[in-house]
Design a protein around this ligand. Structure first.
Ligand SMILES: [Zn+2]
Length: 334
């Protein structure tokens, strides 16, 4: 399966939306510069927006997000809002702030107020409410109330989409869960956010779904609390997926530090199949901006009052956006 196949997946739909081809656009992820795992899937007459949320690591290395990160965040937010308008279905894997708009969003997240009235008829699919944590219950209630919509919580198959039962968000002992989504047309696509490859249940479900393309949340190697045993488990699960899925895209927590890149290369070598991140799939340069935060501050110093001013709407990101364009010309800016 070569480059032409992936290109066909991305370019396949063209103007003919009923061709049943599968069009995959990854909008937000760590390798694209922000936290999240948001994508837009076109298949036949359905347009499915999955995990329409975004975030920036609030503090890394004791630093708030660099304004260039914020500039990228703003542009991806605009894309998500645009796709929100043309979606027939919106799927929310779970209610963490990097996956869903919030009523009390921080300045780097999507706020529910931004999507009010954008697409009143869209169907919204969520996991079973009995799997909500208390904060998820509040956030789901906010969303339903403010958008004046019902949240559809049904596992199993609905037209081209199939939803999993809630599976662990990371390790088995996590109280958080996520819902995975399978979309089938001529090809099969699977979205599996935040499973972190730390539990076998999710991995077996993905393999059982026989995807041609899977977009999966990788392990959080940047967290020092990850044990040797968990890292070994994640590796074993990653190898199984890489061998069982034609096109495996790993991103999210995995790409919050540069160790994630090395992990991907090693996985490609050992599995014999090319594993990629979202930026590779989208054919754009990798932008691991969270991993680069200290460098961004060194290259483009930030006044101590910038974040407060940005929060009040009296500072913007323009100067940093343009400066980054000059400093890093190899980054194809969005
Ligand atoms: Zn997440």
């Amino acid at each position: 399966m070569g480059v032409a196949f992936y290109k066909a997946l991305k370019d396949g739909l063209g103007p003919v939306r009923k061709s049943k081809k599968l069009e995959i656009e990854i909008l937000g992820a760590e390798s694209l510069g922000v936290r999240g795992l948001c994508c837009f899937i076109g298949c036949g007459d359905r347009n499915v927006l999955i995990d329409p949320g975004i975030a920036l690591g609030y503090k890394r290395h004791r630093l708030l997000p660099h304004p260039f990160q914020v500039a990228v965040d703003e542009r991806i937010q605009r894309k998500i809002l645009d796709r929100w308008q043309s979606a027939t279905d919106i799927v929310i894997s779970h209610f963490h702030g990097d996956h869903v708009p919030l009523a009390d969003a921080n300045p780097f997240q999507l706020n529910i107020r931004q999507v009010l009235g954008l697409n009143p008829d869209v169907r919204m699919w969520v996991k079973a409410p009995d799997a909500y944590t208390p904060i998820e219950r509040e956030r789901a209630a906010d969303l339903a109330l403010m958008l004046k919509t019902d949240l559809l919580a049904e596992t199993g198959r609905h037209e081209a989409m199939t939803f999993s039962r809630p599976v662990p968000h990371g390790d088995y002992n996590s109280s958080d869960t996520v819902m995975m989504t399978r979309i089938e047309s001529e090809r099969v696509f699977v979205h599996a956010s935040d499973i972190q490859l730390l539990n076998e249940e999710a991995v077996l479900q993905i393999l059982d779904w026989r995807p041609d393309v899977a977009l999966v949340g990788g392990p959080p190697l940047y967290l020092s609390r990850l044990s040797e045993n968990q890292i070994r488990n994640a590796w074993r699960n990653a190898l199984r997926l890489a061998r069982g899925v034609d096109c495996l895209i790993l991103d999210h927590h995995l790409m919050r530090n540069f160790e994630g890149e090395a992990w991907l290369e090693k996985l490609s070598r050992q599995s014999g199949s090319r594993v990629m991140c979202s930026a590779d799939f989208m054919n754009t340069p990798r932008m691991l901006l969270e991993a680069s935060r200290q460098k961004l501050y060194r290259d483009m110093p930030v006044s101590p009052s910038w974040h407060e001013s940005y929060g009040m709407g009296t500072a913007d990101t323009d100067a940093y956006w343009h400066k980054a364009g000059k400093l890093y010309p190899d980054l194809a800016l969005l």
